[in-house]
Ligand binder design. Structure first.
Ligand code: PGA
Length: 252
């Protein structure tokens, strides 16, 4: 059975002290919550990963990275490798976030390399993709999503998909307060699952968790998560407040 996942992408937020405080508050909020078949994930910045790992040792929260370089090591100033992340206990990485694509020139080519490196190093990958507003307005969104998946993931062997989590994030809904409706999310998630099924097979398609991301908040999470092909969310803004993020976790 595929897992439900609620993942908080902290982006470039939270100092060391704020990281510790938010984890403490989240731990308190989530203490009594029954989380059968559910992964709760946070992605702090690189500099605070090690501290976050220490502070989540005795609870359900998993700590993951927001990005990673594809090379093993070398002259890549400012970058972080799979080996470095593994050495501090990080086992999952977010790749392809729309902000990485838009502001740091990540392309299908560089993301293919990153995904391949991550899989070769036994990471789970939360792979983000989604259309821009102009794509939806021109009704090209299914096509865009299919191409994004195909270009980066569809050379992978079927076996690699046990380590792939998909995060459909329509760019027009990220940080804008505009969320896709639950029906729009379901429609796209079903399309994604059907696309996986055609390329691989139905069993594989049923086994992959597909998260929705883009202005998920405590007041809309339950409806979005109630859809059969929505297996959780990737949460930005609302993951920075313990009460909001835990309310979203409780909605799964
Ligand atoms: P948001 O961000 O929840 O603030 O819209 C989502 C994301 O960027 O993953």
């Amino acid at each position: 059975m595929r897992k439900n996942i609620v993942a908080g992408n902290w982006k470039m937020n939270n100092s060391l002290d704020q990281t510790k405080a938010l984890i403490e508050d989240l731990t308190t909020e989530l203490k009594e919550v029954q989380l059968a078949n559910t992964r709760v994930i946070i992605a702090p910045s690189f500099v605070n990963l090690q501290q976050a790992i220490q502070n989540t040792e005795n609870n359900v929260i998993e700590v993951v990275a927001q990005n990673m370089h594809y090379a093993k090591s070398g002259a890549y100033t400012g970058e972080v490798s799979a080996e470095m992340l593994t050495s501090i206990g990080v086992k999952t990485v977010i790749l392809g976030h729309s902000e990485r694509r838009a502001y740091f020139n990540e392309t299908d080519e560089s993301l293919t390399e990153k995904v391949n490196t991550a899989i070769a190093n036994n990471f789970d990958v939360i792979f983000c993709f989604g259309e821009q507003l102009k794509d939806r307005e021109s009704e090209n969104h299914f096509n865009i999503v299919e191409v994004q998946l195909k270009n980066v993931l569809f050379e992978l062997p079927a076996d690699a998909f046990k380590n792939i989590i998909l995060a459909y994030e329509p760019v027009w809904a990220i940080g804008t307060g505009k969320t896709a409706s639950a029906d729009q999310a379901q429609e796209m998630h079903l399309f994604i699952r059907n696309t996986l099924s055609k390329k691989y097979d139905a069993k594989l398609a049923e086994s992959v968790s597909i998260l929705y991301g883009g202005s998920v908040k405590p007041n809309n999470a339950e409806e979005i998560f109630s859809k059969p092909d929505v297996d959780g969310g990737l949460i930005g803004g609302a993951s920075l407040k313990a009460k909001d993020f835990s309310a979203i976790v409780k909605a799964i």
